[in-house]
Design a protein around this ligand. Structure first.
Ligand code: FAD
Length: 406
């Protein structure tokens, strides 16, 4: 018979999930003097299925914290505009160059570098603890209030954390959605993704967004390799697989002939894992003792690469609005939690609507469809009215209701 050891921790705020939302929220609360523990189920931040974008408004937050120059010493590339070639014509969809911010561009930096950087900064605060290999499996309920969580540790141990507030930052498959009975409202995401990498030659450049018949190729520069999101119409995975891995290789080479000499690096389907794109939101982001933010509250599609930015903005708002209450040793009321949702819901819903309705028109509807045949009118106008590109640059790069460090 084995006797399981249960470790117990009492803290003020327990953050579940060490993604952009969780690490930034934990850091900013600890910076205010709040005792915080972040529980992350993985051993590190080196996971692959993540975006790499750091938006102008997130870079502005880094400036407000005094860490911008240090962050930008890490390897990254700068994108000042998003341009795609559709039907042979280049269309610039978003131009960041006129943003009156410190960095009028999107920095492409592997997300693990950004998270490691932020976790390192957070460790400088006494109240901050990060516990990796701690997978939260359940909530502790007391008189209907979330009073903490239970976690499984990698070494077969178990952990119980009791806290005044649990912040659910555990992404789109958040355990709180089901366990806390928070209703999920789903939108139809028009696409799914195969996610793979191909070697990148030094200095090589490729268009970021390249649509073609039945697929779109999004190429993210990660230095030694291209991280590629091969976007397919929703529900077409079986048909893509039935066509065979050679057909996938040919299709990549047809869109980007520069890559044709490397497509053999895709040895089989294991090299191109499937990612289901999800766009949804919680009707209510909270219940007593618990608040969900980031993808846990509103799962974002990769379109426009805005999910990380929104997660960070949610974290800043939550820390600004709840930090003083927590620091004073009080439990945030349901009203205070609702105020965070009220502040952050509009930006998330607006961007989701753009992702699903407007940007959806840039992706193929089925495997025979070419997005060049139905570029939304609003996007065609971008060719003729440059001001629209700047409006889109503001929407993507800053969003509505940008947050600032208090
Ligand atoms: C294929 C793809 C590409 C994308 N590309 C981009 C992009 O380029 N730019 C962009 O801005 N957005 C992109 N997005 C969206 C973006 O990844 C998310 O919106 C963003 O990561 C949300 O941050 P988060 O912190 O809320 O959640 P996540 O980043 O999902 O972080 C959740 C964390 O919680 C941990 N966790 C989960 N469950 C538990 C548990 N039970 N216990 C403990 N820990 C747990 C996870 O390991 C993870 O570290 C992409 C999404 C997809 C699917």
């Amino acid at each position: 018979m084995t006797i399981e050891t249960i470790e117990t921790i009492e803290t003020t705020c327990c953050v579940v999930g060490g993604g952009p939302a969780g690490i930034v929220a934990g850091l900013l609360l600890a910076r205010q003097g709040v005792d915080v523990i972040v529980l992350e189920k993985h051993a590190d931040f080196l996971r692959d299925f993540r975006g790499d974008t750091i938006h102008p408004s997130t870079l502005e937050l880094m400036h407000e914290l005094g860490w911008l120059e240090e962050l930008l010493r890490l390897p990254h590339s700068k994108v000042t505009a998003i341009t795609a070639e559709i039907g042979g014509a280049p269309i610039t969809f978003a131009d960041f160059s006129r943003l009156t911010l410190r960095c009028p561009y999107v920095a492409f930096m592997p997300q693990w570098d950004f998270l490691n950087f932020m976790a390192e900064k957070a460790r400088a605060y006494d109240g901050f603890r990060l516990r990796v290999r701690a997978e939260v499996t359940d909530m502790i309920l007391e008189s209907g209030r979330v009073a903490g969580v239970r976690a499984r540790l990698d070494d077969d141990g178990a952990l119980e954390v009791r806290a005044r507030l649990v912040l659910g930052c555990d992404g789109r498959r958040s355990i709180f959605r089901r366990r806390a009975g928070l209703e999920v409202l789903s939108s139809a995401a028009p696409m799914d993704v195969l996610w793979f990498r191909l070697t990148r030659r030094p200095g090589e450049t490729l268009p970021f967004f390249a649509p073609g018949r039945g697929r779109v190729l999004i190429c993210i520069d990660r230095g030694a390799y291209w991280q590629i999101a091969y976007v397919i119409p929703r529900g077409e995975l079986e048909a893509v697989k039935a066509a065979g891995i050679d057909a996938l290789r040919d299709s990549v080479g047809a869109l980007h002939p520069e890559l044709a000499d490397r497509v053999h690096e895709l040895r089989g389907w294991d090299d191109a894992p499937f990612l289901r794109v999800q766009v949804d939101r919680l009707r209510r982001w909270y219940r007593e003792g618990l608040l969900c933010i980031g993808d846990a509250a509103h799962a974002m599609s990769p379109a426009g690469g805005v999910g990380i930015n929104l997660a960070v903005q949610d974290a800043v708002a939550a820390a600004n609005m709840l930090g003083p209450t927590l620091r004073a040793g009080r439990t945030p009321s349901a009203r205070e939690l609702r105020r965070v949702q009220r502040r952050r819901e509009l930006p998330a819903r607006l961007i989701q609507a753009v992702q699903v309705r407007a940007a959806g028109g840039l992706y193929p509807r089925d495997l025979d469809d070419d997005p060049a045949d139905h570029v939304p009118l609003s996007f065609q106008l971008f060719q003729y009215i440059p001001a629209l590109r700047h409006v889109a640059g503001r929407l993507i790069g800053v969003g509505v209701r940008p947050e600032h460090i208090r």
